[in-house]
Design a protein around this ligand. Sequence first.
Ligand code: CP
Length: 314
Amino acid sequence: MKNFTSLKDVDKLEKLIQSGLSLKENPLEHISLGKGKTLGLIFFNASLRTRLSTQKAAQNLGMQTLVMNFDNDGWKLEFEDGATMNGNTQEHIKDAVQVLGQYCDIIGIRSFAGLKNLKEDYQEKMLSHFINESKVPIVSLESAIRHPLQSLADLMTINEFKENEKPKVVLSWAPHPKALPQAVANSFAEWALGAGFDLTITHPKGLELSKEFTTGATIEYDQEKALEDADFVYVKNWSAFDNYGAIIQDDNWTMTEEKMELTNNASFMHCLPIRRNVVATDEVIENEKSLVLEQANNRTYAAQAVLKTILENE
Ligand code: CP
C-alpha cells in the first residue's frame, strides 16, 4: 500500500480488518516499527476522533506526530498551475506539500467537502494535489467524498459483532440541522459492499447517493420496510445531489427505539459526533445494542493497521 485514500488502495480487505483486530489485542507489538519516523496530520476542519485516534495509532507504532490545523494556522493555498499570485492566496499547494514531505515520512490529510459545488467536491481537488505532489505516502483522514479510516473501523466493528457471514446491513439517512458531506455514507456503502455484506440503503426520494458507491445495494425508500430483518443499522445524514448543500429536516427519519424493534435485534451504528434526539434518540444511542463507542475505539486500530502496512511496504 503506497497511499490510503479509498478501498481501491487496499489489496486484501479481510487481511487489513484482521490486522486491525490483532493490533487491538496487542497494540504495542510493533512499537519499534515506526521508530525515527514522523506522521504529519493536516486538518482543514474540526475533528476529535480522527485527530486523536490517528496520533495514538502512530504512537503505538513508535512514530512521532506533527499536527497542524491548516485552515486557521496555514497560509491561504493556491491551486492553479501558473497562477500569478498577486491576490489572496499566499502559498502554492505544490510548495506546501513538498515542504511537508521534508518533515514527515507519511502525511495524513483531512480535506472535507466544501458543500457548495458537487462537481468540485467530487474532483477531490485538495486530496488529488496531495497525492500528485507528495513524494511520501498520503493517508486520507476524510476527503470531500470518502472517509476510509472510518469505514475500516466500521467493518472491524461489524466483524466483531456479526453472527452470520452475510449480515443484513442498513444504511439509513437521518435529519440534521446542518448540511453534511456524503463522505461517510459513500465510504460505508463502498466498504460494506466490498466486504460482501447484504446492504440496503434507505432515504427519502431525492437523497440518492452516487451509483459509483451504491451499485450492488438495495435502495428502499420506505425506512420501516428497509429495517425489517436488519442485523446492523448505520444511521447518517448526507446532502442531496440536487440542491447540494441544502439543509433537509425530516424528523420522521430520526432513528427511534420503536423503529429498531422492527429489526432482527440489530446493532445501532454511527460514526460520531451525533446530534442526539435529531439523528437518533438518546435511548437508541445508549442502548446495549449501540456500537458507537466500539466504532470510535476501533478508529485507533484501523489507523494503526493502515500505518503499519505502509511502514512495512517502505
Ligand atoms: N468520525 C469522525 O471522523 O470523527 P471526527 O470528525 O471527530 O474526527
